[in-house]
Structures are given as structure tokens and as C-alpha cells.
Design a binder for this molecule. Structure first.
Ligand code: MEV
Length: 333
């Protein structure tokens, strides 16, 4: 997590002239949707695409002004109190124990909105971090994550918490949602060999709560069938965890493809996602699947340095509106 604050003189006057922080996008490697129902999932931060927030002191009496040029929006928090970001500013300042000061907040992001790469969680995380820095506090990841989760829960229904967690911790994680009385299980994972991934965007925007709501209705109508599907996803995630730790890339590809098949059965894939998945596999990717909530948004392919360029070309030819290559480095937790 990148953070910094600038002070106006050697005496380090407080509050500072400005503060900045950023937060990464994310990719769910495996286990989306089933994670809402208590199965494990693995998520990765995407360090190359980020949301950035800058806060400067506003003129006295100007209130909290937010400016999001990528969203084409500028507003005063008090004039739009129900806006999710206005609420998050209030909740964060309350958490920090400070009265709302006069602030000018600028939010920018290179993460596609509603594209399955955690843009909302990243913007919210960068906002909480920057507010804390501006107020002279450092919040641990679990507190940042809890503030962002409360906001996502209010506006997006029943999130598992994986998006805000991977973005706030900024490292590859194993995540299991626990009941309300227990903290979620969050464990950094071991990756023996770097993962060379290619992300392809369908260009179709779909709010997370729509497929999540459909899955809930299907699960309520047919709990036995859906719980079997979720359990199969959970088993795959365990196997992916082992394949990552041992560096078995071929096995990983097979498992990622099997997770895509289960997501199709759960009902969250789409013809556009499947077209990109098929193009990536035909170009040599040993595994490809949708990532995130589905219906639109992104898919990713596992590649290697030899076939990465071919997979990128194949995705562009197949109609991906954006193609991004990223490497997840080996880690030892
Ligand atoms: C969205 O990135 C992941 C889902 O599993 C929803 C959630 O976990 O809250 C689809």
C-alpha cells in the first residue's frame, strides 16, 4: 500500500498540506461465489492497476468535497449524504474520532469499474488510507478492510469480504468467510513459481450484486444441488493451493479450467466470457476462467513467457476490449 503525506514547513504543521495513498485491483484466482457460502477462495492483488486518492486541505467552511474525474462526478459530501463514498468518509472520520474537517478529495483509478477487478474496493481502500494518513493515523489492514466491508455490505448485498480483504492486505491470500461470531480466515499463500497471467476484459459491465443475487435465489430454490456445486469448488480451491505451493503449473491449468466449468453450472458465465476463455486456451493457455462475479467483466488465462504474446493477440482478436499481462511473483508466507 503506497502512502505519503506532505507538510508545509520544517515544523511539520498538522494537518499536512496533502496526503496520498493508492490500492491495487484484484483478481479472484478461484472460488468466487462459493466463497459467499463459506467455501475457501484464493485472491491476488494486481499491483499494476490501482486506485489513487489525494486529499488536500479545503478552504474554511467548504466542507468535504469529492472529485472523481474517472466517474465524471464532483460532489459535496453533505449534499449527498447517502452516496457510498460520502458515507465511507463519515464512517472513517468517526472511526478516527475526528470531526469532519474541510477537505478536498480527488479519486482516480485505472481499474475498470464493475469489471470484476475490485475497482470499488480499491477506491474505498485508498480513500480510507488517505483519510487516516491525512489525520496522522496509520490503520492496520484489518481495520481498513472492516471499514470498506461495512460500506460494501450496505451497498452491495451479501459480499463475502474477499475483495476488501485482498485489496487491504495487498498480498495473495486464502480466504474463508466465517459466521458473524467468528473472524474470517485470512492466510497469505505460498506461490512456488511466478504466475504469468493475461487478463481479458469482455467490456461488459455487470454490478456484482446482480449475479450474486441470482445465485442466492437459485441456492434458496435448490439448496442441495447448489451446495454440491459449492463443495466441488471448495475441493478445487484446496487443490489449487497445493499446486501453487509446489509449482505444478500444468495441474493448475486443469484446475482453473474445472473451476470455469463449475462457474458455468452455477450460472454466472456468459457467451462473451466463454468466447475469450476458448480463444485463450486455443492459443496455448493451459487454463482460463472468468474471474469475479461474472456475466460480464474479466477472464484470465494462465500463460508462460513463450505463449503470453500469442494469448494476448488471441484475446484481442476475439474481441477483448482490454488485455493486460501481469506477473504474480513467487511468495513464501
Ligand atoms: C466478487 O469479486 C466475488 C464474489 O464471490 C462475491 C463475493 O465474494 O462477495 C462473486
Amino acid at each position: 500500500m503506497m502512502m505519503d503525506a506532505q507538510y508545509d514547513d520544517a515544523a511539520s504543521a498538522f494537518p499536512p498540506l496533502s496526503a496520498r495513498a493508492s490500492a491495487p485491483g484484484k483478481l479472484i484466482l478461484c472460488g468466487e461465489h462459493a466463497v459467499v457460502y463459506g467455501q475457501p477462495a484464493i485472491a491476488l492483488p494486481l499491483p499494476d492497476i490501482r486506485a489513487h486518492v489525494e486529499i488536500t486541505a479545503g478552504s474554511p467552511g467548504s466542507g468535504v468535497r469529492l472529485n472523481a474525474p474517472d466517474l465524471g462526478r464532483a460532489w459535496i459530501a453533505d449534499a449527498h449524504p447517502d452516496d457510498p463514498l460520502s458515507e465511507l468518509v463519515r464512517a472513517t472520520l468517526r472511526h478516527l474520532g475526528v470531526d469532519p474537517p474541510d477537505l478536498h478529495i480527488t479519486l482516480t483509478s485505472t481499474i475498470p469499474i464493475a469489471g470484476g477487478m475490485g475497482s470499488g474496493a480499491a477506491i474505498a481502500t485508498a480513500l480510507v488510507r488517505t483519510l487516516a494518513t491525512f489525520m496522522g493515523h496509520t490503520l492496520p489492514p484489518e481495520q481498513v478492510s472492516a471499514l470498506v466491508y461495512a460500506s460494501e455490505e450496505r451497498f452491495h448485498g451479501t459480499p463475502s469480504g474477499i475483495d476488501n480483504t485482498v485489496v487491504a492486505y495487498d498480498q495473495p491470500i486464502w480466504f474463508e468467510r466465517r459466521g458473524p461470531a467468528h473472524p474470517n480466515l485470512i492466510t497469505p499463500i505460498s506461490i512456488a513459481e511466478p504466475l504469468t497471467l493475461v487478463v481479458g476484459d469482455t467490456g461488459i459491465r455487470s454490478a456484482t450484486r446482480l449475479p450474486v443475487g441470482m445465485v442466492r435465489r437459485q441456492w434458496q430454490a435448490n439448496p442441495t444441488h447448489y451446495e454440491q456445486l459449492f463443495a466441488q469448488v471448495g475441493t478445487l480451491v484446496q487443490q489449487v493451493h497445493t499446486a501453487l505451493a509446489t509449482g505444478e503449473q500444468a495441474t493448475l491449468g486443469v484446475l482453473i479450467n474445472a473451476n470455469q466449468t463449475l462457474l458455468e453450472q452455477i450460472g454466472v458465465s456468459s457467451s462473451e466470457l466463454e468466447h475469450l476463455v476458448a480463444a485463450a486456451r486455443a492459443a496455448g493457455a493451459p487454463g482460463a476462467k472468468l474471474s469475479g462475479a461474472g456475466w460480464g467483466g474479466v477472464m484470465f488465462a494462465l500463460t508462460n513467457p513463450d505463449n503470453q504474446a500469442a494469448v494476448m493477440t488471441a484475446l484481442t482478436r476475439a474481441g477483448a476490449t482490454r488485455v493486460l499481462a501481469t506477473t504474480i511473483h513467487a511468495t513464501q508466507p
